[in-house]
Design a protein around this ligand. Sequence first.
Ligand SMILES: Cc1cc2nc3c(=O)[nH]c(=O)nc-3n(C[C@H](O)[C@H](O)[C@H](O)COP(=O)(O)O)c2cc1C
Length: 244
Amino acid sequence: MRPTLDQAALDLLFLQARTQNGWLPTPVDDDQLRRIYDIMKWGPTSANSCPARFVFLRTPAAKARLLPALSPGNVDKTKQAPVTAIIGYDTRFFEWMPKKLFAHRPDMADNYAKNPALTEIVAFRNGTLQGAYFMLAARAVGLDVGGMSGFDNAKVDAEFFPDGRVKSNFLCNLGHGEVTRMRTLMLALAAEKALNQKDFDVAAKHLGPRYTQHNPNAADGPEGLRAFLGFLEEKFPDSRSEIK
Ligand SMILES: Cc1cc2nc3c(=O)[nH]c(=O)nc-3n(C[C@H](O)[C@H](O)[C@H](O)COP(=O)(O)O)c2cc1C
């Protein structure tokens, strides 16, 4: 029997790991970035094309080159993250096939060289796959990630890849997520579900057994909230609360 990942590993990669929007100042060193690359590069790509290319930005000066291209909602977290990766793809990835990546079939490179439309699709598809391997590899070495596609690709390409060979695909903040920020967002979501959608089951996932009410009309504990939401739904089905 092959070994399989245990619950802790599944939690780390998928089940408990969430996108982070706030970042602690804990640094990320070059060895961690190399480890990510050395793991993710083994993920499968068609004809071993390996078209993804990575640029890591960590200094304020490097980040300053990226910020004007970002959607407003992505600016603060990108400034805060210890490292932001630009995940791009090499439109001439096939040049590496005869030398290194697919040496037993050098003719494959000619096929791509003659067919730019196919080459673009292959580069984007496999570069995106490698971006996903990259995020999971980052989690595997103990980092949090925050992917971002909210930015102007043309601006990033002009600034970082002016010769046109590499094109940006998406961005990924890396580091240690600020859990309080995450928890605040989760609690805001839970409050919206409870008070406005009267959805006890979703809200209950965020309640401990010692949940204490501040509303004098509701009892303590999860069951108190369930009863209060039932009351609201029956008597005031259209009531709304603003969550700040
Ligand atoms: C390729 C990619 C692009 C994303 N773009 C953005 C973005 O521009 N801004 C943002 O706040 N979140 C962005 N996200 C985060 C997603 O919204 C998030 O992964 C999704 O809501 C699921 O949440 P979870 O990762 O915590 O499970 C992006 C995620 C990925 C993988």
